[in-house]
Write a protein that binds this ligand. Structure first.
Ligand code: ARG
Length: 467
C-alpha cells in the first residue's frame, strides 16, 4: 500500500493523493514567494464579499485579522508551510480557516485559477517596478563612468578591427540607449500586465454578483484616468500568460544587452586591450595561477543571459500546445518567471556596482586612439571637400595606406609629395587631418561621437535620469 498524504480533498475524493503524487504536483516549494500578493488579493476579495453581502462586517474583520497574523508569521519565518496543501493559495486559506471559521467563505466565487493569475500579475508589478529602478541606476552608473573620464578617446571597432575614433563616453552612452529601450519595454509589459483577472473563477466567471471593478480598484488595477481595468473574457483571463512572456521577452533582451556590455568589459580588462581596470572587489583570483585577476562578474553577466533566454523559450513552449483553458502545465510558469526576475535584477544591480568600481586607463586608450589610420576616412573626406567623388577618394587613400605599409610608415608620416602620388588635390593642410582633437570637433551630427554632440547627449541623459 502506498502512503497517502493526509489531506482531505473535498467530498469527491475518498482519500488524499499518494505521497509521491503530492511531491510531484506540489508547488509550495517555490510559489510560497507569492504570499504577499496572495494575502493582498484575498483581502481585496474579502472586502468585496462584504460589500455584496456574502460576509458580515465581523466576518470580514476576523478574516482580515487572520490574514494579517498569517502575514506576520510568514514574514518572521514562523509559518509552517505544508507540502500536502500543494500551493501557497491552499496553505494560506487552510490555515486561515483553521483559525477563523469565516475563512471557509473566502473562496466564494473564486478559483485557484483566477487567484494564481492575480497573484502572478501582482508579483510582476511589485518586482518589475524594482527592476525599472535598477535599470535607472545602471544607466546612471554608465553616465557617472563617462563623466569620470570625459576626454578619453578610444578606437571604435567594427569586426573587432579598429575603425574610427570615438569618445569612450559615446561607447558607454550606447548602452544607456539600449537600457532606455529596455526600460520602455518593461514599462509597456507592466502596463499590459496591469489588468485584474479576479472574478473569472475557474474559467466561466461566477453566478454570484461579484463586484470585479471594486476588487480592481482595491488592488490598483486602474488606468491613467483612475478607471478599473478588468479582463474582458473569463477563459482568456485565467489561461493568459502573455503578461509573463512579454515581461520575460523584455528581460531576455535586456539580459542580452548586459551580456554585450559584459563582453566589452571582459575584453577591455584583459592585457590585450588593457583599457580599464576593474577594482579587486569586483574580480576574482585563480586558485592555481597567482598572477591572475579574472573578470568573473562580467563573465557571469554574459553567462546568465543564457538562462534568461532559456526561460523565455521555456514559457513559449509551455504555452504553445495548451488547449483552453487552465491546465496544470501552467504551474511550470512560476520558476521561469521568478528566475528571470531574480537573475535580471541581480545582474543589473551588480553591473552598476562594478561600473562604479571601474577606472579607465587613459594613457592606454590615448595610445590606441592615436593610431592615425583611424582617420583614413577623414582623409578621404578631405578629398571629397576638394571636389573628388567619394569612391575615388576612398581609392586614393587606400593606395596611401598601401604605400605607408610598404615604406614602413604610419599614414600621417607620409610626405606631401607622397600624398600627391595618390591625388593632386592634396595640399599642405591635408596633414592637419590627423589632429585627433580637431577630428573629434568635426563629428557633430546628431548621434555622432563628436565633442559637442557627446557633451550634449551627456547633458540630456543627466537631465532624464536626474543624475
Ligand atoms: N498551483 C497552481 C498553479 O500554479 C494553482 C492553480 C491550481 N489550479 C488547479 N485547478 N489545480 O497553477
Amino acid at each position: 500500500m502506498k502512503k497517502r498524504a493526509p489531506v482531505s480533498r473535498s467530498g469527491r475524493f475518498e482519500h488524499g493523493p499518494a505521497a509521491d503524487v503530492a511531491q510531484f504536483t506540489e508547488s509550495i516549494s517555490f510559489d510560497w514567494r507569492l504570499w504577499r500578493q496572495d494575502i493582498r488579493g484575498s483581502t481585496a476579495h474579502a472586502r468585496m464579499l462584504r460589500k455584496i453581502g456574502v460576509l458580515s462586517p465581523s466576518e470580514l474583520a476576523a478574516i482580515e485579522k487572520g490574514l494579517r497574523e498569517i502575514a506576520g508569521e510568514i514574514e518572521q519565518g514562523r509559518f509552517g508551510w505544508k507540502m500536502e496543501l500543494e500551493d501557497v493559495h491552499m496553505n494560506i486559506e487552510a490555515e486561515l480557516t483553521r483559525r477563523v471559521p469565516a475563512g471557509a467563505k473566502l473562496h466564494t466565487g473564486r478559483s485557484r485559477n483566477d487567484q494564481v493569475a492575480l497573484d502572478l500579475r501582482l508579483w510582476l508589478r511589485d518586482e518589475g517596478s524594482g527592476l525599472l529602478e535598477e535599470i535607472r541606476q545602471l544607466q546612471t552608473a554608465l553616465i557617472r563612468l563617462a563623466e569620470r573620464h570625459p576626454g578619453v578617446i578610444i578606437p571604435g571597432y567594427t569586426h573587432l578591427q579598429r575603425a574610427q575614433p570615438v569618445y569612450l563616453a559615446h561607447h558607454w552612452l550606447a548602452y544607456v540607449e539600449m537600457l532606455q529601450r529596455d526600460f520602455e519595454r518593461v514599462t509597456a509589459a507592466l502596463d499590459r500586465n496591469n489588468v485584474c483577472p479576479l472574478g473569472n473563477g475557474a474559467l466561466a466567471g461566477s453566478t454570484l454578483p461579484l463586484d470585479r471593478d471594486f476588487v480592481a480598484r482595491e488592488l490598483d488595477f486602474i488606468d491613467a484616468k483612475g478607471r478599473p481595468r478588468v479582463t474582458q473574457n473569463s477563459m482568456d483571463g485565467i489561461s493568459d500568460r502573455d503578461f509573463a512572456i512579454e515581461f520575460c521577452a523584455a528581460a531576455a533582451l535586456q539580459a542580452v544587452h548586459l551580456s554585450r556590455l559584459a563582453e566589452d568589459l571582459v575584453l577591455w580588462a584583459g592585457s590585450e586591450f588593457n583599457f580599464i581596470r576593474i577594482d579587486d572587489a569586483y574580480t576574482t583570483g585563480s586558485s592555481l595561477m597567482p598572477q591572475k585577476k579574472n573578470p568573473d562578474i562580467a563573465e557571469l553577466t554574459r553567462g546568465k543571459s543564457a538562462r534568461v533566454i532559456g526561460n523565455l523559450t521555456g514559457l513559449l513552449v509551455l504555452l504553445k500546445g495548451l488547449p483552453m483553458t487552465y491546465n496544470r502545465d501552467l504551474q511550470e510558469d512560476k520558476e521561469r518567471i521568478f528566475d528571470t526576475m531574480d537573475t535580471v535584477r541581480a545582474t543589473t544591480r551588480i553591473c552598476a556596482a562594478m561600473l562604479d568600481h571601474t577606472t579607465v586607463k587613459a594613457e592606454v586608450c590615448a595610445r590606441a586612439a592615436g593610431d592615425p589610420s583611424l582617420l583614413a576616412t577623414d582623409l578621404a573626406d578631405y578629398l571629397v571637400r576638394k571636389g573628388l567623388p567619394f569612391r575615388q577618394a576612398h581609392h586614393a587613400v587606400g593606395a596611401l595606406v598601401g604605400l605607408a605599409e610598404k615604406t614602413n610608415k604610419t599614414l600621417h608620416q607620409l610626405s606631401l609629395d607622397e600624398l600627391k602620388t595618390a591625388s593632386p588635390l592634396f595640399e599642405t593642410d591635408a596633414l592637419t587631418t590627423f589632429d585627433l582633437a580637431a577630428a573629434m570637433e568635426r563629428r557633430n551630427l546628431t548621434g555622432a561621437p563628436g565633442s559637442r554632440e557627446v557633451r550634449k547627449q551627456l547633458a540630456r541623459w543627466r537631465k532624464v535620469l536626474g543624475a
